[in-house]
Design a protein around this ligand. Structure first.
Ligand code: FES
Length: 103
């Protein structure tokens, strides 16, 4: 199942956006033409990653609660206190729309 998350142009590069899909909240980060989608829930504690800062050079997102960082392309933690990855979703851009494959 493919889920439409909206128009690519509606997402500013370098910012984190919470997006809802049935039963889940995800965080979408656009870096130019690349789009990354992770679960919007830090793996350290239950806190939304979409409130954190995006590092456009390292391609990471930092949890605003305790500062753990996660790789946008894999969801793997890059710094403590998180030690587990966050769930990563495959995102594609088709005809100017951002889509993820539902799980
Ligand atoms: S809740 Fe994210 S680092 Fe602690």
């Amino acid at each position: 199942m493919t889920i439409d998350l909206g128009a690519l142009d509606d997402f500013e590069s370098g910012r984190a956006y919470p997006v809802d899909v049935p039963g889940r909240r995800l965080v979408l980060v656009r870096l130019d033409d690349q789009v990354y989608v992770l679960s919007d829930r830090c793996s350290h504690e239950d806190f939304p990653l979409s409130e954190g800062e995006v590092d456009v050079v390292d391609r990471t997102i930092e949890c605003a609660r305790h500062g753990a960082t996660f790789a946008l392309d894999t969801g793997e933690p890059q710094s403590l206190p998180a030690t587990h990855p966050v769930e990563r979703w495959d995102a594609v851009v088709e005809e100017g729309r951002v889509k993820v494959v539902g799980q």
